[in-house]
Design a protein around this ligand. Sequence first.
Ligand SMILES: Nc1ncnc2c1ncn2[C@@H]1O[C@H](COP(=O)(O)OP(=O)(O)O)[C@@H](O)[C@H]1O
Ligand code: SF4
Ligand SMILES: [Mg+2]
Length: 331
Amino acid sequence: MSLIDVENLTLQFKTDEGLITAVDNVSFSLAPGEVMGLVGESGSGKSVTAKSLMKLNPGNAVYAPESRITLHLDSGPVDVMSLKRPRDMEVVRGGAVSMIFQEPMASFAPAMTIGSQMVEQLLIHTDMSKAQARELSVEMLDRVGIADASTRFGQYAFEMSGGMRQRAMIAMALSTKPKLLIADEPTTALDVTIQAQVIDLMKDLVDEFGMGIIFITHDLGVVAQTADKVAVMYLGKMIEQGPVREVIRTPSHPYTQGLIDALPQLDDLDKPLMPVPGDIPSPLERPEGCVFHTRCTKIIGDVCRTTVPSWADTGESHRAACHLCHQGHRA
Ligand SMILES: Nc1ncnc2c1ncn2[C@@H]1O[C@H](COP(=O)(O)OP(=O)(O)O)[C@@H](O)[C@H]1O
Ligand code: SF4
Ligand SMILES: [Mg+2]
C-alpha cells in the first residue's frame, strides 16, 4: 500500500518569455515508512515537484490534465489535483503532509514567538491540551539540538541564528507527526554535526510513526545516509529511480554516473572531482529527444537527439530513461 502515488506529473509556468516546462511526465510512489531522496542539480524541478504535492506552486503554474497525485490517508484516498478551494486544501496542508523549506524565515510569522506558533499548530491539528502541546514543543526543540529549549520556546524567529531557525522549523514540521514529510534541502545550511542530528531525528520518527519522507537535496552523499530509494531529476525529467545503494554502486543513467563521479572519495582524496561537463540548458530551450543529450558523453547517435527515451528496467525496482539501457548497457 502506498502513501502517495504521483503519475505523469507535468507542469508548466507561464512567464513573460514564454512557457517554461518545469516538470515533465514525472511518476513515482512512496510507501509509509519509506525515505526517498530526490536529487538533481539546481533548476532540475525538485522543488516544483515537491510543492505540487501540496498544490503550493504559484498561480502561473499550469498542470497538464493527465497529472495525477493520490495521497492515501487513514480516512481514504485524496485526489490532490482536484483540490481547489483553500478549505479542501486543509486535508493536505493541515498536518498530514508537512513541508520543510530551504528558507526557514518563510515558515514563521514574525510577530509570534516560536513556541506559540508550535503550540497553535498542535492545537489545530491534534487533540492535545495546551499544556501537552507546550511540553511536546519544548521536547521537539530539544530533539533537534536546540540548547535551553524552554527559553528558546519563548523567542521570536528573528532572535535566532539561521541554523537555529532551520532546526526550529524542522521541530515544528515534525511535531504534528505528519504522514508525509517533504524536506526541501533542509540540512544544506546546517553544519555537519547538526545535520547528522537532524537526519537521525527524522529516521527515529520514520521508525516511531511510519512517516514517509521525500528528502530533496543536490548532495548524493546525504541521500546515501538517509534514503531507502532515490530518484534523479534532470531538466524537469525523472531519469533514474531505484534502491539507494544499488543506484550509487551501479548507476544506470549517464547523468547519475556523472553526479557520482563528482562526489569526493574519502579513500582516494587525490582522485580528481569530475563534475558533469557543461551547463544545464535553459528551460526555455529544452533539448529534443533525451533532455541530457547536449551533455552526455555516452550519446549513441541520432536516436538520443530525436527520441525521448522510455523507462528501461535495469534491476529490481531499478529503472532508467536512457536509450543505452534499452540496448542492455549501463552508464
Ligand atoms: N514561479 C515560477 N515561475 C516561473 N518559473 C519557475 C517558477 N518556479 C520555478 N520555476 C522554474 O522551474 C524550474 C525548476 O525549478 P525548481 O523546482 O525550483 O528547481 P530545483 O528545486 O531542482 O533547483 C526552473 O527552471 C525554475 O526557474
Ligand atoms: S539517451 Fe542517449 S543522450 Fe540520453 S543519457 Fe542515454 S545515451 Fe545519453
Ligand atoms: Mg529547489
